[in-house]
Design a protein around this ligand. Sequence first.
Ligand code: APR
Length: 253
Amino acid sequence: MEERIKKAARTICQSSITIALTGAGISVESGIPDFRSSGGLWERFNPIEYGSIGAFKANPEKVWQMLREVSHLLDSARPNPAHRGLGRLQELGLLHTIITQNVDYLHQEGGATRVIEYHGNAKTLSCLWCDQRYNSDELGGQLPPKCSCGKVLKPDVVFFGEPIPLRALQESFELASTCKALLVLGTSGEVAPANTIPETAKRAGATIIEVNLEPTVLTNYLTDIFLQGKASEMVTELVKEVEIIIAENYENL
Ligand code: APR
C-alpha cells in the first residue's frame, strides 16, 4: 500500500489539474451513514418511498421521517481528516475542485474553497407550491418545516427523479474532460449521472486514484491506483506524502 500512496502522491504533484469526486463514504467517519453499505440509509428507508421527488410530493410528512434522522446527524457532524486533507490539498494548490455528491457541507467546513455540490445541499429549503426559499437556520428547528403558505418545505437536495443543477452538471463535465488526475473517494459509483464523471476523466486521459473501503464497480474498470482503506487514513497518508515531495523539491531548488 505504501508504494501506491507514493505513486498517487507523485501523480497529484505532477498533475496540472486534479479534481476530486466524493460520496457518502467520506463522511461516514463524521457519523453520517452512507446509503448502500450494511446499516446504510437505504437499508432502513426504501429509496423509492423516501428518496424520490414523487414520494415527497405525495407524502412530504412521511419523507420527513427519514429527513428528520438525517438532519439530526448533519447538525452534529464535523469534518474528519479526509475532509481536512482535501482542504489542505486545495490550500497547496494541488486540488482544483471537489465535486461532491454529499449535502453535508463538510468539505467547506473542512477548509475546501472550491466545491461543486452535485446533489445540492441541505442549507436551504424551498416550497414546491409557492416557490419561497428559506435558510435552514431561520426555521427554528420545527420538523417538518413549513412555508408561510402552510405547505411542508423540501430541502434543496436532489431527490431521485430530479435533475442535477445545470451549472453543477456543466462545470463538472468541463472539469472531468480536462483534468489530468481524478481522486474518487467514498462513492459506490452506482448513481448516474455522477458516476459518468470518472469515465469522462478516464477518456480524457486522466489518472484515476480511488479511495474506498472495498472495490467498487469503478475499481477493475477505470481505477489506476486503488487505495483500499478508510478515507480519513488514506487521505492523511496521501497528504503526508505530497508534503514530503514538496519539501524535497524545495531542497533541490
Ligand atoms: N472510507 C472510505 N470509503 C467508505 C467508508 C470510509 N470510511 N465508508 C464507506 N465507504 C464507501 C463504501 O464502501 C461505498 O462504496 O463509500 C461508498 C458509499 O457508497 P453509497 O452508500 O452508494 O454512497 P454514494 O456513492 O455517495 O451514493 C451516491 O446515491 O442515494 C444517492 O443521492 C444519494 O448522493 C447519493 C448517491
